[in-house]
Design a protein around this ligand. Sequence first.
Ligand SMILES: [Zn+2]
Length: 174
Amino acid sequence: MINFFLIAILFFLQFGQAKEISITIDDPEVKETPLFDSKKRNQEILKALDAHQVKAALFVCGMRIDNAEGKDLLKSWDQKGHLIGNHTYSHLYFHSDRNSLEVFKSDFLKVEVLIKDLKNFSRIFRFPYLKEGNTNEKRDGMRAFLKEHKYQHGYVRYTSGGGKHRVGFGETAG
Ligand SMILES: [Zn+2]
């Protein structure tokens, strides 16, 4: 397991002369790393985003921030105006037969209680490992569940061509 924030995406969208940047970050956590302690590391990331006037979307895995320090981390992102999204509580691998639709749904709801009161809580969801289910029942069940809970699918969609790169949130493709 990577012992650091996973900085997922950095792309440019070009509309005429204007450039737009989207950054999404998964799995914030409060572990020590050789270079910085978690607080310092978090401050440095926030500072860098501020310096470039970029707002990010943070996909939160509950088990990594379910303590006092983790709550402080979320607050600091929230106060800076970054979107806070759901990335399940336990980072389950949805393609495993051990992780049924029901197990996955309850794991999803478990993180929502940790983030729903934040000002910038946003109904965006990213599947751990980007795995959307290894059976039709799981895939369709989760799509219906996300719709019912009014979530957008924070999938990583990257297309490139004609000099354009894009990534974004959107409805689950049909
Ligand atoms: Zn993840």
